[in-house]
Structures are given as C-alpha cells and as structure tokens.
Ligand binder design. Structure first.
Ligand code: HEM
Length: 209
C-alpha cells in the first residue's frame, strides 16, 4: 500500500472512530454520556468542551500534513496551525481536572501524562515555527500529532488488550465482564502512548543514515 493510501486510511479510520465516540456528547445531554458524570458538577460541561476542542485539533492536525496546503497555501497552514495549537491547549488543560473524577490511579496518571506531553510537544512545535526553525517545527508537530492520535490508537488497542486479559486469566473472568472492560480501560491510554511513541520516533522520525 502506497504512502498516500495508508495516509487516507488513517484519516478515515481516525475520523470514523472519533465521530462515533464524540457524537453522543454533541447532544449536550449528560444522559447520553458514556462516562458516568457527577450530577450538578462541572464534569459533564468540561468533558464536552474537551471533546469539541480535541475534535478541532484532530481535524486541523490532519490538514497540516497535506503537502498541497503547506506549499501552496502557507497562510492557510499558519491559520489552521493556530487553531490546532489553541485547541490542543484548551482541550489538554480541560483534561487535567477530568482526571480528578477517575477512581483508578493508573488510569488517571495515564491521562495526566498524555495531557502534559500533548501540551509540551505542541508548545515546542509552536515555538519552533515562531522562531522559523522549520526542521524542529516539523519534528515537534509530528510528535504532537502522534499524541493527538493516542485518542485513536488507545481505542483501537482495546480488542488487543481484551485478548491479552483473556490469555493472562486463562479465559476466565475473575472480575466479571465489567471488571475486564474496566481493567482494559485503565491501561489502554498507556498502551496507546507507547505504541504511538515508538511509531513516531522509530519509524517517522528515524534518523537517516
Ligand atoms: C491526546 C490528548 C487527550 C487527552 C489527555 C484526553 C483526555 C481525556 C479525558 C481525561 C477524558 C475523560 C475520560 C474519563 O473520564 O473516563 C476524555 C474523554 C474523551 N475524549 Fe479525550 N483526550 C485527548 C484527546 C482526545 C481527542 C483527540 C479526541 C477526539 C475527538 C477526544 C475525545 C474524547 C471523547 C469522545 C471522550 C469521551 C469518552 C468516551 O465516551 O469514550 N479526546 N479525554
């Protein structure tokens, strides 16, 4: 499969998965929330706002890698880049208080790490563009978008992790079906982070020699 085709496959799979996961929240009705939210708290509005800006980051992020936009519409690249950076900042900062509602420590730390690395890589990418260091800009923005796509890979890895759980427990369910799903959703962000990190550093940013 050529580079172009695998790229469009990534776009379609990512948007497909994230539209599916985000749609219930666009009703702005907490009854449709997959995450159990504390009634009367800020949790649901913060979650919905996180999702809206995260989605903007996902869509604008994809456009930034299209060569035609970068070379022929540099102004558009710059404006969409600004929307990407602001969306990541808002979405990541809103993700932090959401971790306070999680009862699993490992899950909460996974999301905190993800949010901080999202902020850091995006900030470095932004600063290097402002400083016109476009080699660094390219590298940091590939890293940043690799982190954005943990939202996708973390979800794609769920079936793999369910299988791993099954193998490790001899295909019995000591904690019941719900316990199994909870256990998987406590580690899928960590797994997505490691997989995307390896792909970005070992495949896309591998030093030429
Ligand atoms: C990469 C950095 C990201 C971080 C740190 C982050 C953080 C979070 C956190 C803390 C939650 C609450 C989870 C819970 O309470 O169980 C959440 C939920 C959610 N986020 Fe993000 N997120 C990120 C990227 C994205 C992206 C790019 C999208 C794309 C639209 C997205 C869409 C969602 C959705 C739809 C939910 C609701 C959970 C569900 O129903 O599956 N997030 N996120």
């Amino acid at each position: 499969m050529g580079m172009k085709r695998s790229w469009w496959l990534l776009v379609i799979v990512s948007l497909g998965i994230m539209i599916g996961f985000s749609a219930p929240y666009l009703t702005f009705d907490s009854a449709n929330s997959r995450v159990d939210t504390a009634p009367g708290s800020l949790q649901f509005p913060v979650l919905v706002t996180h999702i809206l800006f995260a989605f903007a980051a996902l869509v604008t992020g994809f456009t930034q890698f299209m060569e035609r936009v970068r070379t022929q519409r540099p102004k558009l690249h710059r404006n969409l880049g600004r929307i990407y950076v602001v969306s990541v900042m808002i979405s990541a900062l809103l993700a932090l208080p959401l971790t306070g509602y999680m009862d699993d420590f490992s899950k909460a730390v996974g999301f905190i790490a993800l949010a901080l690395i999202w902020l850091f890589t995006t900030w470095r990418g932004y600063r290097s563009a402002v400083n016109r260091d476009f080699t660094a800009h390219r590298r940091w923005m590939i890293r940043s978008f690799g982190i954005t796509l943990v939202a996708v890979s973390g979800r794609l890895l769920v079936p793999v992790l369910l299988l791993t759980y099954g193998v490790l427990h001899g295909f019995s369910l000591p904690e019941g079906r719900e316990g199994m799903v909870d256990a998987v959703l406590n580690v899928n962000i960590w797994a997505g982070l490691i997989v995307n990190f390896m792909l970005v550093e070992w495949v896309f940013l591998k030093p030429k020699r």
